[in-house]
Design a protein around this ligand. Structure first.
Ligand code: PMP
Length: 339
């Protein structure tokens, strides 16, 4: 018998539905759905640029940040070039590399879940066009600090573009966070990737953006589908940008729940490294496969990498409590079975 899914914690989505002001903006846009959106999303680009305090020639909008990443690869990669990334990472990267005929260059994560920056640098050669760095990382939630990122960028050859994926940056609270936009002047081979899918909670609407030097941005924009950004999504994003303080409260709540989950899991005996995204990462040799089964039985959908790890999106309080109960029961079971 199929167990009903009560809590969706597998895709690092926001636990919150869109804010009322965002929904109202979407309703108004729906009433105009017989009209095309602009050929190019110039107005939205300007709004995002103003919000990020950069000039609009440094911003490119796409169909989710995945869409921007694909446009970047389409602009830069020729068949047979390599695209390097830490592995594991966000599942889309190998798919996108395959879509443009690139040879994937997966570089194993360090045992503590960090991207191995030294090994990534060592993997780059004359055929490498793009190296992807996720910060914070998916799935482990690990962070590349400001110092480590600067040292990395200094060593990347200029023929390699660095795709710095900051999909989860709003959830990071470390004191040594990179100010990636301040690096754009120094590194014309840097594209910072961000999204409205995570902190803004608009994953279904598919809007992401890239920030980079104007030459690079121009090349990426040339790959944009005409009329490609949905008008309802545009209205929602603009309203979301006006709701910054409400969103900040939501993000703060997710961060507080993430820290609660981590503390409680540690007190149950799980080894949990500090995570900086909207998720918690449990890894082998802790009993993650049994954990995954216990979560399924409790109606929790998590992301399970068999034999390797378990990524739990931070949900609402009820969902997180369900996770804790399921994983606590498992540890209790294990300790009694050992007796
Ligand atoms: N980057 C990372 C690291 C992600 O984990 C995800 C989504 N899981 C994305 C990008 C995708 O974001 P979008 O919805 O903007 O395409």
């Amino acid at each position: 018998m199929d167990i009903p899914v009560l809590h969706r914690l597998a895709l690092n989505e926001s636990p919150y539905p869109p804010l009322p002001s965002v929904r109202e903006a979407m309703h108004r846009a729906v009433a105009q759905a017989h009209r095309y959106p602009p050929l190019h999303p110039d107005d939205l680009t300007e709004r995002i640029a103003a919000w990020c305090r950069v000039t609009s020639d440094r911003v490119t909008v796409g169909n989710g940040s995945v869409g921007v990443a694909l446009q970047l690869l389409q602009a830069l990669v020729r068949p047979g070039d390599t695209v390097a990334y830490a592995w594991r990472t966000f599942d889309a990267y190998p798919l996108l590399a395959a879509m443009v005929g690139a040879e994937p260059l997966p570089v194993p994560l360090a045992p503590d879940g960090h991207q191995d920056l030294g090994a990534l640098l060592a993997a780059l050669d004359h055929r490498t066009r793009v190296v992807v760095l996720c910060n914070p990382h998916n799935p482990t939630g690990s962070l590349v600090t400001a110092d480590a990122l600067s040292a990395f960028l200094r060593q990347v050859p200029r023929h390699v573009t660095v795709l710095l994926d900051e999909a989860y940056m709003e959830f990071a609270r470390d004191t040594n966070l990179p100010d990636s936009l301040a690096l754009l002047d120094t590194y014309p081979n840097l594209l910072v990737l961000r999204t409205f899918s995570k902190a803004h909670g608009l994953a279904a609407l598919r809007v992401g953006y890239g920030l980079g030097a104007s030459d690079l941005v121009e090349r990426i924009r040339r790959q944009q589908l005409p009329f490609g950004i949905n008008a309802v999504a545009t209205a929602a994003v603009k309203a979301s940008l006006r709701a910054e303080s409400e969103l900040r409260l939501r993000v703060d709540t997710v961060v507080a729940e993430r820290e609660r989950l981590r503390r409680e899991l540690v007190s149950l005996g799980w080894r949990v490294h500090p995570g900086h995204a909207n998720s918690v990462w449990l890894a082998a040799p802790d009993p993650i496969d049994e954990g995954a089964a216990a979560l399924t039985d409790a109606g929790v959908q998590a992301r399970h990498y068999p034999g390797e790890g378990l990524r739990l999106t931070v949900g609402n309080r009820k969902a997180n409590d369900t996770v804790l109960t399921a994983l606590a029961g498992l540890r209790a079971l294990r300790s009694t079975s050992r007796m």
